[in-house]
Write a new protein. Structure first.
Length: 91
């Protein structure tokens, strides 16, 4: 039951993000694995759902779970060290 709730939330997030990017569902498969838009969706899914990296990688066509994990970690670190986020944190 919890997995179903997490997957439903993930689908809602993906729909919102696709709409904001002006993408269709097919764009997830057509775009490169390290596309910044796809990684932004992945970061949001990782932060806001309990989906595993494996599930996120499969859903967003990010490649293998291992390579997706590396890209996702780098993208998450980038958001934490960006000047914009530092300014909000008062660093």
């Amino acid at each position: 039951m919890r997995l179903e709730v997490a997957q439903a939330k993930a689908e809602r997030i993906i729909s919102e993000e696709l709409r904001q990017l002006g993408w269709q569902e097919a764009d997830l498969a057509a775009r490169r694995k390290r596309d910044p838009g796809k990684l932004a969706i992945a970061v949001r899914l990782r932060k806001q759902t309990t989906l595993s990296v494996k599930q996120i990688a499969a859903r967003l066509h990010l490649g293998t779970p291992a390579s997706a994990s590396v890209c996702l970690l780098a993208a998450m670190n980038k958001t934490h060290t960006s000047p914009l986020s530092q300014g909000r944190l008062g660093i």
